[in-house]
Design a protein around this ligand. Structure first.
Ligand SMILES: N[C@H](CCC[C@H](N)C(=O)O)C(=O)O
Length: 321
C-alpha cells in the first residue's frame, strides 16, 4: 500500500501452510500498519491477491529474529497463527541460514527449525528469503518472484510453547473445567456439541469431538460459537473426529476467517484437548482439508510441537491504498 506516489509499491509473498493461505509482507525497513478496513479490502478477491485467511507482517525485533504480526481476513489483529509461524520460520531460516530461528508474536516467542531438508531446491535463484525490498522487487520484477521454489514444499517444525489450560487463560467468561465445558449452542440441539474442550495456544480454541464435519454443520455451528458470550475474545472452533489414538481428522471454523483448509493452532488445540480426555496419546497426525500436520505435546517440556508443510506460491505488489 503506498501512502503517496513517491513510495515504491509494496512487495508481498503469497504462501500457504497446509493450505492455510497467507499474504506475507516484509516490514523490516518500512513499517506496515494497515487499518482493519485496509486489511478487509486486501482480503477481498477484487483486490487481486486471490483472497487470504491471514495477512502477515514481519517486523524487526530486539529480542528475536523477527516479530510476526497477524491480521485475520476480517481485519482483526490477533495474537498468533501457527501455520504462519511455520511459513515465516521457513523464510527466516532461508534468509539467515540459521538452524533455528526465534519468531516473536503478541502471544510470546516461538522457535522454528527445518523438520527435514527439502529435497533440494528446485532450479536456481536465491530463496524467497527476507532480502531487502529492492531485491524482492527485482525478483518479483523478474517474473520469477519466489525463485524456483514455488513448486517445492518444505517441512518446518515450530515449538508453540505450552498450552494455556485455565478457564481465564482461554479465556472463558466464567470459571469452568476446560477439559469439558458446558456450552448451549443456540437452536442447534446436537449431542455432538456437548462438553467440548477449551484450550489457548496463545489464541482461543474450543474443540468439539464429533464425526459430523460437513460444510453446512461446520459453518452453521462454527459461526454461532465463534462469537458466543462464553468467549469474551471470540474463539476458533474445531470439529475433531478422533480416528485412532494417533490420528485426528479436523476441520476448523476460524475466528475472523471462517472455514479454512488448515489451522495450525487449531490442530495443536485439538491434540491437547483430545489427550486431556484420553481420546489420543500426546502425539498424533492431524489431517486437515489442506494436508497433514504432526502435533506432539511433549511430556518433559509441556511444549506443543507442530510439523507440517510450507509452500511459496508466488509474489507480487500490494495494490495502492
Ligand atoms: N484465526 C486465528 C488466527 C489464525 C490461526 C490459524 N490460521 C493458525 O494457523 O493457527 C485467531 O483469530 O486466533
Amino acid at each position: 500500500m503506498k501512502s503517496n506516489m513517491s513510495e515504491p509499491a509494496r512487495p508481498y509473498i503469497r504462501m500457504n501452510g497446509a493450505g492455510n493461505a497467507f499474504i506475507v509482507v516484509q516490514a523490516f525497513e518500512q513499517p506496515f500498519h494497515p487499518t482493519a478496513d485496509q486489511v478487509r479490502a486486501l482480503a477481498d478477491p477484487a483486490a487481486g491477491l486471490g483472497g487470504f485467511d491471514q495477512l502477515i507482517g514481519i517486523e524487526p525485533s530486539e529480542t528475536a529474529d523477527a516479530f510476526m504480526r497477524v491480521w485475520n481476513a476480517d481485519g482483526s489483529m490477533v495474537q498468533t497463527c501457527g501455520n504462519a509461524l511455520r511459513c515465516v520460520g521457513w523464510l527466516m531460516l532461508e534468509a539467515t541460514d540459521k538452524e533455528e530461528v526465534v519468531i516473536d508474536t503478541l502471544s510470546g516467542p516461538t522457535t522454528a527449525r527445518r523438520a527435514s531438508l527439502p529435497s533440494g531446491r528446485v532450479g536456481s535463484g536465491s530463496p524467497p528469503g527476507l532480502t531487502t525490498a529492492a531485491q524482492t522487487q527485482s525478483r518479483v520484477g523478474s517474473g520469477d518472484p519466489a525463485g524456483s521454489t514455488t513448486a517445492a514444499q518444505h517441512q518446518v517444525t515450530v515449538d508453540m510453547g505450552a498450552p494455556r489450560l485455565e478457564w481465564d487463560q482461554v479465556p472463558l467468561s466464567e470459571e469452568m473445567d476446560t477439559r469439558g465445558i458446558e456450552l448451549q449452542v443456540g437452536p442447534i440441539d446436537a449431542p455432538v456439541l456437548h462438553t467440548p474442550g477449551a484450550v489457548s495456544m496463545g489464541n482461543p480454541h474450543v474443540v468439539f469431538f464429533t464425526d459430523r464435519q460437513d460444510d453446512a454443520f461446520v459453518r452453521g455451528s462454527g459461526s454461532l460459537v465463534e462469537r458466543h458470550p462464553l468467549f469474551p475474545e471470540g474463539v476458533n472452533v474445531g470439529f475433531a473426529h478422533v480416528l485412532s489414538p494417533d490420528h485426528i481428522r479436523l476441520r476448523v471454523w476460524e475466528r475472523g476467517a471462517g472455514l479454512t483448509l488448515a489451522c495450525g493452532t487449531g490442530a495443536c488445540a485439538a491434540l491437547v484437548a483430545a489427550a486431556r480426555r484420553g481420546l489420543t496419546g500426546r502425539k498424533a497426525v492431524v489431517t486437515v482439508d489442506g494436508g497433514q500436520l504432526t502435533i506432539e505435546w511433549d511430556q518433559a517440556t509441556n511444549h506443543v510441537f507442530m510439523t507440517g508443510p510450507v509452500q511459496v506460491e508466488g509474489a507480487g505488489f500490494l495494490p495502492e491504498a
